[in-house]
Ligand binder design. Structure first.
Ligand code: ACO
Length: 168
């Protein structure tokens, strides 16, 4: 059966509650192999304050992916060179939604003159980004709602050449 490609559109303020739900479902359902339940809960809690979460989404360049008109994922570019968020609903993983969102952010950043795009990738998303040509630079520990979570700073040169760097 052929699958339709996701469509993309910009974030609108009314989207905040739905994106908060996608964010929480994505973390709670997809990251359990890499993070403890306490870590997942602390991470997902970051969207509990929908007003603050909506303000963050509006303050960045946030794109929403839809399948048959329904939002199934989102990604945001912070400033010129940081992919800040990338979350796909568990019901829509493995269908190219994350790729479509990243393709778009990479094109936008490149069109703005950005040469090197960075991401602090979750352990769950590490392989996704590696496949796209991002190279691990350093491991980090960040504290979210009193829990410590590991991630990896990765970067990609937007001219298609992988940047030299360490390994995760
Ligand atoms: N592990 C290994 N490979 C993966 C994973 C994974 N977790 N996820 C995707 N891939 C691979 C796919 O197999 C596919 O490979 P292929 O091209 O060889 O077939 C390729 O990556 C592209 O996959 P998509 O279908 O485009 O990705 P998807 O829509 O499933 O989204 C994502 C991937 C965003 C990582 C999703 O699994 C997710 O939301 N995870 C949980 C939340 C999360 O950790 N987000 C990142 C936080 S860090 C940050 O936001 C910057």
């Amino acid at each position: 059966m052929s699958r339709s490609a996701p469509a993309l559109r910009p974030y609108l303020p009314d989207d905040a509650p739905l994106l908060a739900a996608i964010f929480a479902a994505s973390i709670m359902d997809l990251t359990g192999d890499d993070y403890s339940e306490a870590q997942q809960e602390a991470w997902a809690m970051a969207a509990d304050d929908e007003a603050a979460f909506g303000k963050k989404l509006a303050g960045e360049l946030t794109l929403i992916a839809t399948l048959q008109g329904a939002p199934v994922g989102f990604a945001s570019l912070k400033g010129a060179d940081l992919i800040d968020m990338l979350y796909v609903h568990p019901s829509a993983v493995g269908q190219g939604v994350g790729s479509a969102l990243c393709d778009a952010l990479e094109k936008i950043a490149s069109a703005r003159g950005t040469k090197t795009l960075k991401v602090d990738a979750s352990d769950t998303a590490l392989e996704f980004f590696r496949k796209r040509g991002y190279v691990a630079q350093q491991r980090n520990s960040v504290t979210i709602n009193d829990e410590w979570l590991a991630n990896t700073t990765m970067q990609k040169q937007l001219d298609g050449v992988a940047t030299p760097g360490g390994h995760a």
